[in-house]
Design a protein around this ligand. Structure first.
Ligand code: NAD
Length: 733
């Protein structure tokens, strides 16, 4: 298989085209690197070649390094995986450096051949690091293209020279958002940032690249950092201006990441240390830090959950093998907060939508939610007037159920009341054809119970969105007892159409995400009642990588919702209800009107404009703080195990059937410490025996809710890990 081909024209311009067979996007492998190296060497050694254009045979340039290859580098590294990774990375650097030096004399910097990168579209990760090693980057004016280095989003940092080259090209300050936040730009934005040199109309891309190659002089090939007297833009760390940047960056990164992301620390260290030494040494430092980050279990877990498994789920890893079930016409019943959001994301993805509510006014209000989001998009330059008109044109807001005729999927998002939902189900079914799939967006009512109102429970399913619908990427699909495979396939195809990530779970109280997050909130509230300092609770959560402390999250989701859920749970469980200690805190708060952010009062205090001011001092009067406060680790273990043990129980009970869904769903659904790769990845990191030991201690001190589930105890006894025991390959074997 060849990933690259080379052709030299009559003018002596050699075009090397990257076109990985069988893939829609180019990704780089070690074999691909070797191939490219060979073709570049041949071009540089051929006297008839004047210069090289490096481009792509696809509409985009490249998605970057194949992350599966990076994940394997370590696994296949034998006894000394760090050495294997480091040497692999240094080999990549050598190839890129040969491109950058292009055969020039190392002393005079003369005699090299120009190499230009011509990017037809998206260029990400290594797909930009490679162009950064070329002498010029020309991008086609393709507003859909994304250019940048998003590695940090999956727990690594640009390790193919991108970190070192970008900082030397732009300065640390300008490079910071691109490296630390993985910020992507369209070609014009990338040109404005100085990441690419030129943007030209798409049909001019190759002619302009050729023109540049034929006109390039020796000096055009010398990178600033290879020229005498190079100074880093904005100043190196011991320059007064550079000093300010580096001190500020360190504080900012630690503040944002709470120090739990090894990649952010490694990146900063590589930038700082690299800025103090010559270029080739800086590359070596970058490779050392990259290796260090890759050797940390966090990076492998993040790559596995946030890239490999997330993509597998999006591509239908758990989809029943049935013909395409893409949605053509969607009916949304209930145009409130959720229904309006669902209608918007569907219309935005090109699906025709009928949006129904009890009154025309409510239906119109639902549609205007979409208008509001599109207007915001227009203000940010992301949505054109035509796009807005198109999307709104796809939403028909009405009270007339007859308009549902021809719908192939319905999503119901009316009040959380079984009687209302049953009535709506029957009204809908009288209006749609026999093959239409009916989905409910309920967050608390069992699907199998609601399905009883349907004429065909096999076509009845749960599609559970999270709020706000346009922002939250996870969708939980719930199979009721009688739900058939076509309904599951339909729900999965719908989620693929609206470009979100699905997990498929079985029907049980609170399904998966809410089942795990509620104990987290409750554990925080219990600690308030016990006299644990609220600031300790909140900070302990954040220092272990949770985006929000439990008390803040309760305020955001509202305390009265907590009360409602508590009452419903109590009614269902009777004597077995375990959370009276939680109710003793939230019921009085709700009675006093401290309902959380929406009331401007909750566990936190808010100013008149609704801005959160700090923890409410009144908490200490009501629940006095104990003199002896627990260790940070104890608080963190309580908060983490409250969630993680629910995930294990969900797996044990068959609510979850795939641990990939458990991990990806946890990060996307409720922000479970992303650095860990998810609850199962985290348990694998600490090992089942240690997890059992911690849980036994917690159970002794705080109650049986922490008693380790049988599955965990059994795995500890056998020395098993979740990914070894439950990985899809292991299951299939
Ligand atoms: P909401 O009160 O904002 O909206 C409900 C809408 O349904 C209202 O506009 C109401 O007029 C309409 N409605 C009620 N009865 C109707 C009927 N018979 N026919 C047509 N329309 C009717 O509620 P919401 O927050 O959007 O929640 C809707 C559903 O989504 C509930 O089942 C809820 O459990 C679920 N859900 C909510 C959230 C959340 O965060 N709010 C998250 C996930 C799921």
């Amino acid at each position: 298989m060849t990933d690259f081909t080379s052709r030299t024209d009559a003018d002596g311009v050699c075009t090397i085209t990257w076109d990985v067979p069988g893939k829609s996007m180019n990704v780089m492998s070690m074999a691909g690197f070797a191939e490219l190296d060979g073709l570049i060497a041949a071009a540089l050694g051929d006297p008839s070649v004047k210069g090289v254009i490096l481009t792509s045979g696809k509409k985009d340039f490249a998605a970057g390094m194949d992350l599966n290859v990076i994940a394997r580098m370590k696994e296949e590294g034998g006894d000394d995986p760090a050495r294997a990774v480091f040497e692999g990375v240094m080999e990549m650097h050598a190839v890129l450096r040969r491109i950058e030096r292009a055969g020039m004399d190392p002393k005079t910097l003369k005699g090299g051949k120009p190499i230009v990168a011509a990017l037809p579209g998206t260029a990400l990760g290594l797909g930009l690091e490679l162009p950064l090693a070329c002498h010029r980057i020309i991008a086609a004016d393709n507003p859909k293209a994304k250019i940048g280095l998003p590695e940090i989003m999956v727990g690594i940092f640009p390790g193919g020279g991108g970190t070192t080259r970008l900082v030397r090209r732009l300065g640390a300050m300008m490079a910071a958002p691109l490296l630390l936040e993985g910020k992507l730009n369209d070609p014009k934005g990338a040109k404005a940032m100085g990441v690419v040199d030129e943007v030209v109309p798409a049909d001019q891309l190759l002619p302009r690249a050729k023109e540049w190659v034929l006109g390039a002089k020796d000096a055009d090939l010398v990178k600033p950092w290879d020229a005498k007297g190079y100074k880093m833009p904005g100043g190196a760390p011991y320059h007064p201006a550079g000093f300010m940047t580096f001190v500020g960056a360190s504080a900012m990164v630690t503040g944002k990441t709470m120090g739990v992301y090894p990649a952010a620390k490694g990146l900063l260290a590589a930038v700082y240390e690299g800025a103090l030494v010559p270029f080739d040494t800086a590359l070596k430092i970058e490779a050392r830090w990259f290796t260090h980050v890759l050797m940390n279990p966090s990076s492998s877990a993040m790559i596995r959950s946030l890239f490999i498994n997330k993509e597998a789920l999006e591509k239908g890893a758990v989809r029943p093998a049935l013909p395409d079930q893409s949605v053509r016409k969607l009916g949304v019943i209930g145009a409130g907060m959720m229904g309006a959001g669902i209608a918007h994301v569907a219309a935005n993805a090109g699906i025709e939508v009928v949006l129904i509510d009890a009154t025309q006014e409510a239906a119109d209000r639902g549609k205007s939610h979409s208008e509001g989001l599109l207007d915001k998009g227009m203000k940010r330059g992301k949505v054109s007037a035509e796009k807005k008109a198109e999307v709104l044109g796809r939403i028909a807001a009405t009270t007339d159920y007859a308009a549902l005729s021809g719908c192939d999927l319905i999503v119901e998002a009316v009040f959380e009341d079984p009687a209302v939902k049953a009535e709506v189900t029957q009204k809908v079914e009288a209006a749609v054809g026999p093959d239409c799939i009916f989905a409910t967006n309920t967050s608390t009512l069992p699907i199998s119970g609601l399905a009883k109102a349907s004429r065909d429970p096999a076509q009845f399913i749960g599609i559970h969105f999270f709020s706000p619908v346009d922002k939250m990427m996870l969708v939980e699909i719930i199979r009721g007892k009688a739900t058939g495979d076509r309904a599951v396939a339909k729900a999965l195809d719908f989620v693929r159409q609206i470009r979100k990530t699905p997990i498929v779970v079985h029907d049980a109280r609170f399904f998966y995400a809410n089942r795990c997050i509620i104990p987290y909130l409750n554990e925080g509230i219990r600690m308030v009642a016990e006299g644990v300092a609220p600031a300790l609770i909140e900070n302990a959560a954040k220092l272990v990588g949770m985006p929000l402390g439990p008390l803040q999250l309760v305020d955001e989701t509202s305390i009265d919702l907590g009360v409602k859920i508590a009452k419903a749970t109590k009614a269902a469980l009777g004597e077995a209800y375990p959370d009276a200690a939680v109710d003793a805190v939230i019921f009085p708060l709700a009675d006093e009107g401290r309902l959380g952010r929406k009331a401007g009062a909750g566990f936190y205090a808010y100013d008149a404009a609704g801005k959160r001011e700090g923890l409410w001092p009144g908490l200490a009067d009501r629940w006095p703080q104990a003199e002896a406060q627990p260790e940070l680790a104890e608080v963190q273990h309580r908060l983490l195990f409250a969630q993680v043990l629910e995930a294990v129980r969900a797996l044990e009970e068959g609510v979850l059937t795939d641990i990939r869904e458990g991990d990806v769903g946890a990060i996307l659904g409720w922000g479970f410490a992303p650095w860990s790769g998810g609850p199962f990845s985290w348990l694998d990191m600490i090992g089942a025996p240690r997890a059992v030991e911690i849980c036994e201690g917690l159970a002794e001190r705080h109650g049986s809710r922490f008693a380790p589930p049988k599955l965990l105890v059994e795995m500890a006894g056998k020395g098993e890990s979740f990914y070894a025991r439950f990985a899809p390959q292991a299951r299939a074997a």
